[in-house]
Design a protein around this ligand. Structure first.
Ligand SMILES: [Zn+2]
Length: 505
């Protein structure tokens, strides 16, 4: 057996990452009944155990401050620390994937709905009573079966991470490994929630009344799903031309939408396919899948654009980048590119050119997307504040559902359900990545307008810049560093707020 070295971690690590990614891809796309993760962990145990963690910790601590070596070894250490919990959590994750793939929501009239499809059914229902019936049944099932599994998972993850003794508590370990300050971001979120409260209180009643015919004070999370499903616009977003239209636009700006065949688009319906679209990089940059289960209408366009941003990022990374910059790093970067693409649906010029909305439709649609954008920003700010409490260890687990309902209901105005307190949580602070990505994409978008004008998305010079200045770098930089390099500015809610106010103002 070869002894451990950083070089061996990189080489064997890549084989391991490919195997795990392929397993998740096959299970989540419905091509395989369940994910068999534990045999893969067992096969690569040598590069995922305590010795590998100790090796990367030593390399990180001995690297000079702010050096390239420190940048790379931080990512390897983050991977190793995550591997310690992922290995121990693998059986819980498998159990959860199996449950999600087979659970049925049973309605009072005896009808059964796939758990995976419940959110779609709620969003698609124009009948408020039916939405509440489905959601009540869904929440009861979640509270009984999924929530205890998730709660156990988060408890175990926190314990395992704290036992690594990389910092005094889970949150400190996250900050060390990610290079992101939770307290700074939390302060920005508090400020954003308070700054945008008047605007939110102003627009929310307008939308609940006009779209759903209900008063804002009665609105629930189930109503929010239907509201943001925005079916009134679906006829302008035809499923039959979605792929060809968006692929055409990407070509207009000088990017091959399949990245020379490295990207496979899987957009048909298939039993067992996850309802939530995803992009799976099985080999980076050589083999990337974009998987989408069609629901119809504008939602599909939005998620297709989002996942295409991820897919292009992975498929256009420089193949000679070190393993850690292709596979790990600050996911705010890849989420930022995904959002750069899905935010094209908030660009009036893009909508006029590539959809059938027409001038009047564009105006109404934009206002709806601005409302949705503000909702999501406020929801994610509240989620982050809640998740910091969840991981802090300072609040009893039994008290978390009440805190969850308070935080989310107060920020969004929609009444949330206690059952979701452990389900509506992005593991390992993925909410941080989304929030930073929101800030990053808005800054990149402003930069693109400065460099290539307001219709940068059809400027054949813009794509090559995006590809060479952004995608090819993988995730070598933190979102902060990238913002300073390409925009010369610090990340903040300034740019996303400017975009929302442009639309809603
Ligand atoms: Zn994403």
């Amino acid at each position: 057996m070869t002894s451990l070295s950083l070089e061996r971690l990189r080489v064997e690590g890549e084989v391991f990452m490919e195997a795990i990614s392929r397993e998740y891809y096959l299970a989540h796309s419905g091509r395989k009944q369940s994910a068999e993760l534990q045999p893969i962990y067992a096969k690569h145990a040598a590069i995922l155990g305590p010795d590998a963690l100790a090796l990367t910790l030593e390399a990180f601590r001995s690297a000079p401050a702010a050096s390239e070596e420190q940048r790379g070894t931080r990512l390897l250490l983050d991977w190793q620390a995550e591997a310690q919990s992922a290995r121990e959590l693998a059986s819980l994750d498998e159990r959860e994937i199996d449950w999600e793939g087979s659970a049925i929501v049973r309605l009072p009239d005896g009808r059964g709905i796939e758990y995976q499809a419940a959110a779609i059914e709620i969003a698609n229902s124009g009948d408020r009573a039916e939405r509440e019936t489905i959601d009540t049944a869904r929440a009861a099932l979640v509270e009984r079966e999924l929530a205890p599994m998730r709660r156990e998972r988060f408890q175990r993850e926190r314990d395992i991470t704290e036992q690594l003794e990389l910092g005094p508590n889970y949150n400190a370990v996250f900050e060390l490994l990610s290079g992101v300050s939770l307290s700074d971001l939390r302060a920005e979120c508090d400020q954003f929630l308070s700054d945008t409260r008047p605007l939110w209180d102003d627009v929310m009643p307008e939308f609940t009344k006009r779209v759903l015919g209900i008063s804002a004070k009665d609105a629930t999370r189930a109503d929010a799903l239907a509201l943001f499903r925005a079916r009134e616009f679906d006829r302008f977003f035809s499923p039959t031309v979605m792929e060809s239209t968006i692929a055409g636009q990407v070509r207009d700006m000088g990017i091959d939408p399949t990245a020379g065949g490295r990207i496979t688009l899987d957009t048909g319906d298939r039993e067992g396919k996850r309802s939530r679209a995803f992009c799976s990089a099985v080999r980076v940059p050589a083999e990337v899948y974009l998987v989408l289960r069609p629901h119809g209408g504008q939602t599909d366009w939005n998620t297709f654009l989002h996942e295409l941003g991820h897919a292009l990022h992975f498929a256009y990374m420089r193949p000679d980048l070190p393993f850690e910059y292709r596979w790990f790093g600050d996911n705010s970067i890849t989420e930022g590119y995904a959002m750069l693409f899905d935010h094209l649906m908030q660009d009036g010029g893009w909508l006029k050119r590539y959809t059938e909305l027409g001038p009047g439709g564009v105006h109404r649609f934009l206002r709806a997307t601005g409302f949705e954008e503000l909702h999501f920003l406020r929801r994610y700010c509240a989620k982050l504040i809640y998740e910091i409490e969840l991981y802090s260890g300072e609040i009893m687990w039994d008290s978390l559902p009440d805190l969850y309902v308070d935080q989310l209901t107060s920020a969004t105005g929609f009444r949330y359900n206690r059952a979701d307190a452990f389900v509506d949580v992005d593991p390992r602070y993925y909410s941080v990545r989304y929030l930073r990505a929101w800030q990053l994409q808005a800054l990149i978008s402003e930069t693109l307008v400065e460099r290539y004008d307001s219709d940068w998305w059809r400027n054949p010079r813009a794509g090559p810049w995006i590809w060479s200045a952004l995608f090819s770098e993988g995730q070598r930089e933190l979102a902060h560093g990238q913002a300073q390099r390409v925009a010369g500015k610090l990340l903040s809610f300034g740019a996303p707020l400017r975009a929302v106010e442009r639309i809603l103002g």
